[in-house]
Design a protein around this ligand. Structure first.
Ligand SMILES: Cc1cc2nc3c(=O)[nH]c(=O)nc-3n(C[C@H](O)[C@H](O)[C@H](O)COP(=O)(O)OP(=O)(O)OC[C@H]3O[C@@H](n4cnc5c(N)ncnc54)[C@H](O)[C@@H]3O)c2cc1C
Length: 607
């Protein structure tokens, strides 16, 4: 029997015990939904994943898209698979009914998407980016832009991209050079080169709607002079049918370590007359709008890190239960039967670490989904504003922790399989390769850590920081009701003190540097990634304590034997995280508080 993509008991736990999504049906937006419809959607995704994507997973990996100078060639099996997603409505599951959507909660859509992501790699990225493109236009575009572009994208006729990166401008978008000018007829004309644009060209859809960041002539330098344009591959005729080619040329495809189903393109805009672009919102506010899409994409990146970690965990767990090898140290008799490798304590350590990383990360991204939902649908204005505050603050951590620790989990999955994990007969090495992108795109880990420390923490007198700590304290208070969780309550409270002390030292040092206006800030921020990791570990410890409260409560009542084992497994993973992982924050805190200059002082000539 094939290994399960996800543990269905855990899916049930995450949706109905951890998030309690059935309670969302009380909100007007979700009044047509209940547990039955949520399960149906998840099952539909699973069926499509098994029928269309799993059989071609390996082929998608080994047959990278090619470009013959005219056309992109994808394996023919991909289109029916992508069409099956569109036809089922899963590509716009969270969208409004009027836009062909199903008005599903983001958390349910994410769980459904998890099956597609595991089976189809990042081929689900075509639909994901299109959905995020639509959401941006619906939030910031004119009614005309929405009517023209969002409808066909939601219907699956057009695809959407996000085109920011350039050869000389990746992490530092303020240096981008793609230009926008206004022609004699008042049209915006876009010219320039973009690289790494996912889904930038293919023939899975009739048209591709690029959201392009460009700088208007005379605009201020840096991020304040960037505008956002809709630049379609094909212009549209009056009646909405496809018109002229809009000078969006594919100049090349990148071949990648993983994520191969999703084309990575170099695009050249407007080499002759300039591609026609349609301004989104106001001039010079483009990056602000793009952040709408980037913030959503950052949660999706975090979710991909967590989902692929879960996939590797489930696969290696299944393998470990069936692979006989060696004997326990206590067994000296060579005639005795070999044990399955799960009997070896070290293999269980690797599985437990994966469980702690993967299920902790998944809890965090689902928590993020719920916050993004609450921003729009929570019953009171106050609750919506609080959700906005928390989501905005947590986004760098939701993006980064799962994307850093997801590949670490996959690395352990490979190790559990030994040599069999290193060959492509088993998908664990593929999960690792696919996952390795996540700490890079949508803002690298380094960039996220600077965002957290220089913007998210200090903004509005630490309002988001304090609100997050308040939420963690609420969970500690709930956990105090269960004696078996008391040690974790104490350890998490101590960790919060460490975080507060570390943050106070850093804020003071940043304030001093700001006053001095000298280079000292470079040293203060030089270990920012360790701050993000420290905060991330505390947030994951929080997610584990939340799961611990549910499990302890369930175990205090009468439960079925399989459920009892399930909850005990949760508590053991919680213990692992608090014993093996959380104590590391003390090392990172020391480096930060002492403003350790080991990396900072390393001279380039010494390498
Ligand atoms: C497969 C793939 C898909 C992608 N999809 C898209 C897409 O659809 N649309 C799009 O617009 N882009 C896309 N990207 C681009 C991606 O977002 C960038 O690669 C990423 O932002 C990093 O930029 P860069 O590659 O130029 O690296 P660089 O910016 O050169 O960074 C290299 C290293 O330097 C570090 N660094 C850079 N600046 C700083 C700093 N100020 N402080 C500290 N450290 C720093 C980084 O953290 C990193 O470790 C994709 C990339 C890949 C590989």
């Amino acid at each position: 029997m094939a290994a399960p993509m996800l543990n269905e008991r855990d899916v049930e736990f995450m949706l109905y015990e951890f998030l309690n999504v059935t309670s969302l049906s009380e909100r007007e937006r979700y009044q047509d939904h209940d547990k039955h419809t949520f399960n149906e959607v998840v099952n539909t995704a699973k069926t499509i994943a098994e029928k269309y994507f799993l059989p071609i997973r390996q082929k998608l990996d080994t047959h990278q898209p090619t470009f013959d100078g005219v056309k992109v060639d994808l394996i023919p099996e991909l289109k029916p698979a992508v069409d099956a997603v569109t036809d089922s409505g899963l590509n716009s599951a969270t969208a409004d009914y009027e836009f062909n959507g199903m008005q599903l909660p983001p958390a349910v859509s994410m769980i459904a998407g998890a099956y597609l992501n595991i089976a189809g790699g990042n081929s689900t990225g075509y639909a994901m980016l299109t959905g995020a493109n639509c959401n941006l236009l619906q939030a910031h575009g004119s009614q005309e832009l929405i009517d023209t572009w969002v409808k066909p994208m939601r219907e699956g006729r057009f695809a959407g991209t996000m085109a920011m990166t350039e050869p000389g401008s990746g992490s530092g978008l303020g240096d981008l050079t793609t230009s926008a000018t206004v022609d004699d007829e008042g049209n915006y004309r876009i010219s320039g080169s973009k690289i790494f644009i996912s889904g930038g060209d293919h023939d899975l859809n009739e048209n591709i709607v690029h959201l392009v960041l460009a700088r208007l002539k005379g605009a201020p330098k840096g991020v304040k002079g960037i505008s956002l344009f809709v630049v379609p591959k094909f212009l549209l005729n009056e009646d909405g049918s496809l018109g002229e080619d809009n000078e969006v040329a594919l100049s090349g495809l990148f071949h990648k370590m993983g994520g191969r189903a999703h084309t990575s393109t170099a695009l050249s805009f407007g080499e002759k007359n300039g591609s026609i672009g349609y301004l989104v919102g106001e001039e010079n506010c483009g990056l602000k709008y793009m952040f709408h899409m980037m913030n959503e994409a950052r949660i999706m990146v975090g979710s991909s890190g967590a989902i692929l970690a879960l996939a590797g965990y489930n696969y290696s767990l299944d393998y470990a239960k069936e692979r006989p090898q060696g004997r326990l140290p206590s067994s000296k008799d060579p005639h005795s039967a070999m044990v399955n490798i799960i009997e070896h304590a070290d293999v269980r350590r690797m599985l437990l670490a994966q469980k702690a990383y993967a299920e902790g990360a998944m809890a965090l991204v689902l928590h993020g989904c719920q916050l993004s939902d609450d921003v729009n649908t929570a019953p009171t204005q106050e609750a919506r504003e609080n959700a906005h505050l928390l989501l905005d603050f947590l986004t760098p951590i939701i993006k980064t922790w799962p994307s850093e620790y997801g590949p670490k989990a996959n690395d352990l999955a490979i190790q559990v399989l030994g040599g069999h994990g290193y060959i492509n007969e088993h998908p664990v090495e593929l999960f690792y390769r696919d996952n390795r992108l996540n700490p890079i795109h949508e803002g690298t880990t380094g960039i996220q850590s600077l965002d957290l420390l220089t913007r998210k923490v200090p903004q509005n007198k630490l309002q988001g920081f304090k609100a997050t700590l308040d939420e963690i304290h609420k969970t500690i208070a709930a956990a105090q009701k269960h004696e078996q969780l008391h040690t974790y309550c104490t350890e998490l409270s101590q960790a919060l003190e460490t975080l507060q002390n570390t943050t106070a030292v850093l804020m003071k040092a940043m304030g001093k540097s700001a006053q001095a206006q000298d280079e000292s800030i470079d040293l203060v921020l030089s270990n920012s990634v360790k701050y993000l990791e420290l905060f991330g570990h505390i947030v994951i410890a929080w997610m584990w304590l939340k799961q611990g409260v549910i499990s302890a409560q369930a175990l205090s009542e009468t439960v079925h034997e399989t459920d009892e084992q399930f909850y005990k497994g949760k508590l053991q993973a919680l213990k692992y995280f608090y014993r093996f992982e959380l104590p590391q924050i003390d090392v990172w805190s020391k480096l930060l508080v002492e403003q350790d200059s080991t990396a900072y002082d390393m001279k380039i000539e010494w390498f």
